[in-house]
Design a protein around this ligand. Structure first.
Ligand SMILES: [Zn+2]
Length: 110
């Protein structure tokens, strides 16, 4: 096991891995035990046009008004891309454990 100088120590690495683990979505899978597939935003995302909730329809989120034929044009959005976007936005808002956005290699030390 070799860890170069100026890089993180094994202990720090452990810590960082735990931080990353803790960052995975606390929201997912906690909604009353409903089986919802793996979409994060069902019942949370809102239609940008009419404000109705978005539901998952196949591989997309879709406006519930649209699905019920209430005249909204819907604007389906791919589950993957939206979930990815939201995950990134969510993670980027968390305070960095090191206080440095560039990560862990801090160059010279001591
Ligand atoms: Zn709508």
């Amino acid at each position: 096991m070799s860890v170069g100088e100026g890089i993180i120590t094994v202990g720090e690495r452990e810590l960082i891995l735990r931080q990353l683990e803790a960052r995975t979505f606390p929201l997912a899978g906690k909604r009353h035990g409903h089986k919802q597939g793996k979409s994060l935003l069902t019942g949370i995302a809102r239609c940008g046009l009419c404000g109705a909730r978005m539901g998952k329809a196949g591989t997309s989120y879709q406006c519930s008004s649209h699905r019920m034929g209430r005249g909204c044009s819907g604007v389906p959005a791919r589950v993957e891309s939206i979930d990815d976007y939201v995950t990134r936005a969510f993670l980027s808002r968390l305070p960095s454990p090191t206080g440095s956005p560039d990560g862990f290699a801090t160059g010279s030390r001591g």
